[in-house]
Design a protein. Sequence first.
Length: 164
Amino acid sequence: MCVLLFSSFKQNYDINAKIKAVYIYNLTRYFEWPESAKSGNFIIQIVGNANSLIKELNENVVAKKTIGGQKIELINSDKIDKNKIPHIIYITPENSSKIKTFASELKNKGTLLITEQEGAAKTFAVINFVVIDNKQKFEYNKQNAIKYGLKASEDLKQLASAVY
């Protein structure tokens, strides 16, 4: 019985969730959003089942921080609300088949598209989470940032494990 409970917990808990939450928040320092995105709430949208990441974001980011003076709002939905275009959207690996659809919907909308899918930074993602030598890292694609209407600091290249 204990083994079953532990294996269920392990499958539903992302051990890197805390690190990803810190990355998601800290990455905002390296991007400039369009003027139209600088009022109202700063929206972070999670696409897919990422309960441990949502918990970390709620407890350590949403409840305690702001971004550019904006209150942070966390949404967990697989659809984009045209009235609440996200500033950041994180697509879970299980939902990677939707990356292309979201990419076309978010072009020039000022959204930071974050994924966790092999090769995604080479195609549609601005940031792609990867694990290298058992450490959480990220890849970065500057051209995709521009395509989504974001300006990125040149310093971001120094932090990325790969730049495309």
